[in-house]
Design a protein around this ligand. Structure first.
Ligand code: NAD
Length: 256
């Protein structure tokens, strides 16, 4: 059941969580996967996990917030694997949990540098290769927090809201190039990011997980594989007429 057989995919932030699971799933379905991450040891561990399943991956140390690094690594992927078909813009940070009137410019910029400019740089330098390839698919990780408000993480909401519209805009602009662009909006998914976030609160991680689970109509949190399977569908040819879509993977969170 190789749904992306022979494709070449870049997954940013694939050293952990949703990105790692997505890289594993794409490789399992026949893609050669380029792992981009800030943290070398984590990225190399993802490669090891993929190779242990008999599949193909390679690591590039990339900070998606630095344009020169993104361009060099993206070009190197095409040199190594011969082409590019798929980009999953997954790298992201949550940043400070403060209301607008308490946020410093540096705190704001730190979130936008990764979550917004990172998607811009990665898309910018992938598109010429996708055009040369005759088309491709991009999935951007937004969030339920890119669709609705909450009491948390103000700069993150603004950044993920930007990602929602960047996806629709690029879907329109690159439609005639046969490049499909969709966004995915996870609810709370049990990853290192969420464990760190949950541990900040008063009752600790356990209280946070119970509280967040109850907020999802389905009654519990999601797992990285739930998001990875949605991404696999969107980048596969089964989704060939789907572009500019915002797919929630949230256990009904935004349906309430
Ligand atoms: P995570 O923190 O568990 O993993 C993120 C990975 O990205 C890490 O390996 C990290 O090293 C890497 N990374 C961070 N900054 C980077 C940079 N500048 N350049 C390259 N790599 C970088 O995160 P996660 O929970 O798996 O989330 C992945 C994506 O999904 C993020 O965009 C996040 O906002 C989004 N998301 C997550 C959830 C959730 O509940 N976990 C919900 C909605 C959306």
């Amino acid at each position: 059941d190789a749904r992306v057989a022979g494709k070449v995919a870049i997954v940013t932030g694939a050293g952990a969580g949703i990105g790692r699971e997505t890289a594993l799933v794409l490789a399992r379905h026949g893609a050669n996967v380029a792992i981009f991450d800030l943290t070398e040891a984590d990225g190399q561990e993802t490669v090891r996990l993929i190779e242990a399943e008999g599949n193909v991956a390679r690591f590039w140390k990339v900070n998606v917030a630095v344009e020169s690094e993104v361009k060099a690594a993206t070009d190197a992927v095409v040199t190594a694997f011969g082409k590019l078909d798929i980009l999953v813009n997954n790298a992201g940070v949550t940043g400070v949990d403060k209301p607008t009137h308490e946020i410093t410019e540096a705190e704001w910029d730190a979130v936008f540098a990764v979550d917004v400019k990172g998607v811009f740089f990665s898309t910018k330098h992938a598109v010429p290769h996708l055009q040369k390839n005759g088309g491709g698919a991009i999935v951007n990780l937004s969030s339920i927090y890119g669709l609705i408000g909450s009491h948390e993480l103000t700069p993150y909401h603004a950044a993920k809201g930007a990602v929602t519209l960047m996806s629709k805009q690029d879907a329109v602009v690159y439609g005639r190039d046969n490049i499909r662009v969709n966004s995915v909006h996870p609810g709370t998914i049990l990853t290192p990011l969420v464990k760190e976030l949950g541990s900040r609160g008063e009752g600790g991680l356990e209280a946070y997980l119970k509280l967040m689970g109850a907020k999802h109509p389905i009654g519990h949190l999601g797992e990285p594989i739930d998001v990875a399977n949605a991404i696999l569908f969107l980048v596969s040819d089964e989704a060939r007429f789907i572009t500019g879509a915002a797919l929630t993977v949230d256990g009904g969170y935004t349906a309430v």
